[in-house]
Design a protein around this ligand. Sequence first.
Ligand SMILES: *[C@@H]1O[C@H](CO)[C@@H](O)[C@H](O)[C@H]1NC(C)=O
Ligand SMILES: *[C@@H]1O[C@H](CO)[C@@H](O)[C@H](O)[C@H]1NC(C)=O
Ligand SMILES: *[C@@H]1O[C@H](CO)[C@@H](O)[C@H](O)[C@H]1NC(C)=O
Ligand SMILES: *[C@@H]1O[C@H](CO)[C@@H](O)[C@H](O)[C@H]1NC(C)=O
Ligand SMILES: *[C@@H]1O[C@H](CO)[C@@H](O)[C@H](O)[C@H]1NC(C)=O
Ligand SMILES: *[C@@H]1O[C@H](CO)[C@@H](O)[C@H](O)[C@H]1NC(C)=O
Ligand SMILES: *[C@@H]1O[C@H](CO)[C@@H](O)[C@H](O)[C@H]1NC(C)=O
Length: 487
Amino acid sequence: MSTVVIHLSILALASASTMVFTVPSEPTPGSETLDAAPVALSYEFFQFPSYFTNVSHTWGCSAQLQRLTGVWPRIRIGGTSEDRATYVPSLSEYVLYPGDENTFSGPSNFTFGPSFIELASKYPGTVVMGLNRGGDNISNTIDAAIAVVNGMGNLYAIELGNEPDIYPYTGFAIAPNPATWTPVVEAASEASWQIAVGSSFTFRQKRIIQAGNFYGSPVNFSAAELIQNENSTAFPYIKDFSHHNYPQSTYFIVDLPSLMSHRDIVNNVRTFEEDVAIARRMGWEYVFGETNSVSGGGSNLTSPCFGSAIWLLDYALRSASVGIKRNYFHQCTIGICYYSWWDRGNVNAPFYGAYVATAAMSGGAYISALDDGTSNYGGYVVYDASRRPVKIVLINSDYYTGNVSRPSSDFVLTGLEGKEVIARRFTAESALARVDEGRLPAFGGQYFVNENCAIAGHKIIEATKVVDGTASFNLAASEALLIELCV
Ligand SMILES: *[C@@H]1O[C@H](CO)[C@@H](O)[C@H](O)[C@H]1NC(C)=O
Ligand SMILES: *[C@@H]1O[C@H](CO)[C@@H](O)[C@H](O)[C@H]1NC(C)=O
Ligand SMILES: *[C@@H]1O[C@H](CO)[C@@H](O)[C@H](O)[C@H]1NC(C)=O
Ligand SMILES: *[C@@H]1O[C@H](CO)[C@@H](O)[C@H](O)[C@H]1NC(C)=O
Ligand SMILES: *[C@@H]1O[C@H](CO)[C@@H](O)[C@H](O)[C@H]1NC(C)=O
Ligand SMILES: *[C@@H]1O[C@H](CO)[C@@H](O)[C@H](O)[C@H]1NC(C)=O
Ligand SMILES: *[C@@H]1O[C@H](CO)[C@@H](O)[C@H](O)[C@H]1NC(C)=O
């Protein structure tokens, strides 16, 4: 594979606007520490065995992320179907349900066996396992939790229920009435389950529960609310706190220009910032335990498009820069999951966004945003453990449909050291480009082969001179740039 290095002279391009970002020479007090693998995956519970035994890209593409960070992407197994699962110790199948129920919401109830837990235990990364609370059979969930804790050396945490705030609307036995399923009542349920499950292990297994897992905005159901309402006897069992986050919904709003807009991303992530700070005071990490572009399985019109890859990149970096430790991007029913990173045929555009986000944060120790989120133009800086800036991401989130000439913007970085920086450009024909229509994104000129997720194509590195600590870059609408500082 050959590499082409393009040397860019000082830019003389006319562009719509110029952004100037100053790069602090070390992490500023507001910087956040980075997880080793902040870009993670969530697999819908009943689909987990299929993804791992019958979809080859799961291994091929996960390995691409592993090569960047040195650790396998973290996973969470859960979703609506976690609250419909009954554990049957004598079952030989991974999961068993009658008929072909590969619908978006999956089978209305089904069983899983020890082989499911064994399959999860063999995954070389950490696993959060979602267990059933909505079905209201606590003895069954305790049996499952004991099998999970005893069987999985890679266990990170256990969830007790998926999106319990909306149980009355999703039809779960434990919460039949929306009027009485208040944050106070849900917190009492959550605490009693945490205490019952957490105290049931033969050895003293503290800090095992990923709490919350709420769907709605943190206005009503939040870490703040849980801390206030829960029985504090449950606190020692809680390891971390998860909120779900889908900026858009198939049922309410699907709008690609808004999804990918940097300003809108900043506003979306900002709604969680106060809750992150409150959870931190309890010593809890805050994660987006299930997230993606559009709830309800995604939108075929927007979720597979390159604009959603730009969203994913910007969103992963923004959430990391406000202290959200990990994003578990949800993968739903194979074949009808529009935001999925891959399926049996293609490596979809959102995976490219995940790859670039992972590349940007890999090896990093601190991250901070370079902009205040008031425009469509974003920037992030990543520092290494010795507090030196090592990578910068620039994003032009203007929506480009491909049918007029492509506008661009200049980004000027000041405060740089050295004489030159190198960069890889993340681009596609337009924000609407999608892999299933044969229009692949490119990162540094390269792409993922649809057959096996291998990297192919000539690598293109752009070299830019730094003069008096300043360098400028031109980004077309719907484009991003990963800059590596030569330290
Ligand atoms: C694997 O996937 C194919 C579809 O490509 C399906 O027909 C088959 O039943 C699946 N096998 C298992 C064991 O899930
Ligand atoms: C689960 O499915 C079985 C049949 O497969 C049915 O008998 C049972 O009532 C169902 N349970 C619930 C809670 O829906
Ligand atoms: C709860 O699960 C256990 C198996 O763990 C089963 O024996 C029992 O019948 C279940 N209870 C209900 C009410 O479904
Ligand atoms: C919060 O709860 C109130 C009262 O149930 C409800 O009217 C409101 O819509 C909820 N807000 C959000 C953001 O979920
Ligand atoms: C908290 O939980 C403990 C253990 O289950 C229980 O003994 C105690 O009564 C509970 N406190 C309240 C206020 O419910
Ligand atoms: C989704 O979009 C693709 C590509 O445009 C198309 O081939 C497919 O039929 C669509 N699927 C559905 C369910 O609309
Ligand atoms: C550009 O293309 C998009 C999507 O195909 C279409 O919705 C839009 O109307 C077009 N705009 C112009 C200016 O032609």
